[in-house]
Design a protein around this ligand. Structure first.
Ligand SMILES: [Zn+2]
Length: 169
């Protein structure tokens, strides 16, 4: 694959539609796949409206499509920032106060024993986000919770509605 920057946007979209390129090709070409996805109707990662918990002009909070635990949630900035070190203090404050609230809500709705937070955006083309990973009472405490095997996402509409309602309060 040549550098995607040599293609027009229309050509790139065609390549995505034909499954000829993946997120990795974007990264290798120095294009942020998250930004491209957002600017082009979620062509790369698909529409995640069914997983969105909260959204405003700065952030988006959603259930992760390949969760490490039931209730695994991500909070992403809308604008492109490489990682937490690149965000401004105002956004930093907003994301972390929001995360605190969301962690309490996840704990309540999913009856978890704890909720872990991590942010480890790394690599040349990342997009700042924070992950909230539940730990349940049958799971051991510790950092292994950050690398639990991925699960299949199964929608639980009742829980999702609760999350959406509580975060607005
Ligand atoms: Zn981006």
């Amino acid at each position: 694959m040549n550098n995607l920057k040599e293609y027009s946007k229309k050509e790139i979209i065609e390549l995505v539609k034909k499954n000829k390129i993946t997120a990795k090709d974007f990264v290798d070409s120095g294009i942020c796949p998250t930004c491209f996805d957002r600017e082009n109707n979620n062509i790369l990662y698909g529409d995640n409206k069914d997983k969105i918990i909260y959204e405003d002009e700065d952030i988006e909070c959603f259930l992760v499509g390949n969760p490490r635990a039931n209730g695994h949630t991500a909070i992403s900035s809308k604008k492109h920032y490489k990682d937490m070190m690149a965000i401004d203090d105002l956004l930093c404050k907003k994301v972390f106060i929001f995360s605190k609230k969301m962690m309490n809500i996840i704990k309540e709705v999913y009856k978890t024993e704890s909720v872990y937070l991590c942010t480890m955006c790394d690599g040349p083309m990342n997009h700042f986000h924070v992950q909230l990973i539940p730990r349940y009472s049958n799971e051991k405490r510790g950092s292994k919770n950050f690398v639990k095997p991925r699960l299949r996402y199964i929608e639980d509409k009742e829980k999702l509605d609760k999350l959406r309602k509580l975060i607005k309060e």
